[in-house]
Design a protein around this ligand. Structure first.
Ligand code: NAP
Ligand code: HSE
Length: 443
């Protein structure tokens, strides 16, 4: 039975761009569904933008007002929920702070804000007994926030590994499958509404890192400061490495990973966490995640392995996640913002990046001369690195690319071995090296 005469949930929307436009459309297209799911309708009362004259991708319903003054949203006593879709840190923070002060619930897709200042906001929302929901902030349409916050809470999570940035994955897929240039692929991602306003956040790995911080909180119940993460993006990635990886049976992917290190206890979880491009074996499901799709693989003590896959960016996929959050608010669910009984999450114990162990792909440009391979092997052996495979390509004028696939070693040993090779004059330019994930496993 529906609670059909209940008062509509009244929403103030900040931002009428890609995601805001998608939400405006979806609120109208799915109005019947909304009512049947939660017994009440959702009224979009006001939409905040910077420029009221700009053409919009969706039409506002009759009666919805376009405004430019943030106070028109935050201080309107009829508005129950602020949906923040303007992005960025300072304005978004001020808007949410004010809305919480005015007793409003919050729905946001702003991973940058939540990663960098989320703990303050969670504390404030808890003090004010308000709901702060953020499903759309990680992996677009994939319901990973709720999965970790609700469905998987009976599990201890051991690791999370995923592709969390749609723009980078789109660029890598286009470079791999269609031989597209990096810049052209980035422009397309921007045109399709996947990229951040500042796309360096996407290509330098920061957007994926913001999302990883949120997943770490949800999965491990600890705060891993964004600034402590090891972050490397896909800027400058060369077509040569993408081709070489393909020849070896791998795809290059931007991976976000957090896993419990050995020595973790029930009381203290030590984490290896970072964002980095990696060679992923083509049989691994993550290697097959193409275009704007994202994926998250979760290892949990009871469930075992789980694999979530879906569109990571774009108007409707993201707006669907925002609308799901609005429905939860409309159902007047009890706030469960962090997924834990407390909002002051303890700081994570951090394993230094140098201590991580992995297999590596290393490409070096060397003189095509006798003894070079022997000397290079000597540098690796001196740091205890054992090689699994060596491939030499013919010299095409700029030196001969030599690819080494190593057995597992520490990041520190790898760095030291390459420094030895550089100091010995063996390398014509700094080596390019990536971690290698997956052998023959199906996931
Ligand atoms: P967008 O297309 O650039 O739209 C931003 C909107 O916010 C615009 O309507 C803009 O107004 C408005 N705005 C920006 N600053 C404002 C301010 N200071 N005051 C008032 N209005 C302001 O951005 P988007 O792609 O929709 O992303 C919005 C948020 O969702 C971001 O946090 C982003 O990280 C997140 N997100 C995006 C996606 C995606 O696929 N795009 C997916 C998941 C999460 P004008 O139109 O007047 O300029
Ligand atoms: N710029 C982000 C991406 C949007 O490309 O994944 C979704 O969070």
């Amino acid at each position: 039975m529906t609670r059909s005469n209940e008062k509509n949930l009244v929403v103030g929307l900040a931002g009428f761009g890609t995601v805001g436009g998608g939400l405006v459309r979806l609120l109208q297209e799915n109005a019947d569904l909304v009512r049947s799911r939660c017994g009440r309708g959702i009224t979009l009362k006001k939409v905040l933008v910077r420029n009221t004259a700009k053409a919009r991708a969706a039409e506002l319903p009759a009666g919805t007002e376009l405004v430019t003054d943030p106070a028109a949203l935050t201080d309107d006593p009829e508005i129950d929920v602020l949906v923040e879709l303007i992005g960025g840190i300072d304005h978004a923070r001020a808007l949410i702070d004010r809305a919480l002060d005015q007793g409003k619930h919050i729905v946001t897709a702003n991973k940058a804000l939540l990663a960098e200042e989320g703990l303050d906001l969670f504390r404030k929302a808890a003090r004010k007994k308000r709901i702060l929901r953020y499903e759309a902030s990680v992996a677009g349409a994939i319901p990973i926030v709720e999965a970790l916050k609700e469905s998987l809470t009976g599990n201890r999570i051991h690791s999370i590994m995923g592709i969390l940035n749609g723009t980078s994955n789109y660029i890598l897929s286009e470079m791999t499958s269609n031989g597209m240039e990096f810049d052209v692929a980035l422009q397309q991602a921007q045109r399709l509404g996947y990229a951040e306003t500042d796309p360096t956040l996407d290509i330098d790995g920061h957007d994926a890192a913001h999302k990883l911080v949120l997943l770490i909180r949800l999965a491990f119940g600890v705060h891993y400061p964004y600034t402590a993460l090891s972050i490397r993006g896909i800027r400058g990635l060369s077509g040569m490495d993408i081709r070489m990886a393909r020849e070896l049976g791998y795809r290059v992917k931007l991976i976000a990973q957090a896993r419990e290190a050995s020595g973790s206890t029930q009381d203290q979880v030590c984490l290896e966490a970072g964002v980095f491009p990696a060679l992923v074996h083509h049989k691994y499901l993550l290697a097959r995640v193409g275009g704007v799709y994202n994926a998250v693989r979760v290892e949990a003590n009871a469930a075992g392995s789980l694999f979530f896959h879906g569109r990571g960016a774009g108007d409707l996929p993201t707006a669907g996640a925002v609308l799901g959050d609005l429905l939860a608010v409309a159902r007047e669910e009890r706030p469960n913002n962090t997924g834990y009984a407390y909002s002051d999450l303890p700081k994570a114990c951090i394993v230094p990046r140098e201590e991580w162990h992995a297999c590596y792909y290393v490409r070096v440009m060397v003189e095509d001369a006798p003894g070079v391979l022997r000397d290079l092997s000597g540098c690796m052996a001196a740091e205890g690195i054992s090689m699994a495979q060596v491939i030499q390509k013919s010299d095409e004028g700029q030196g001969a690319p030599l690819v080494l696939m190593t057995h597992e070693t520490s990041a520190q040993a790898m760095r030291d071995a390459l420094q030895r090779a550089m100091d010995a004059g063996l390398l014509k330019e700094p080596a390019v090296y990536f971690r290698v994930l997956g052998g023959q496993q199906g996931m």
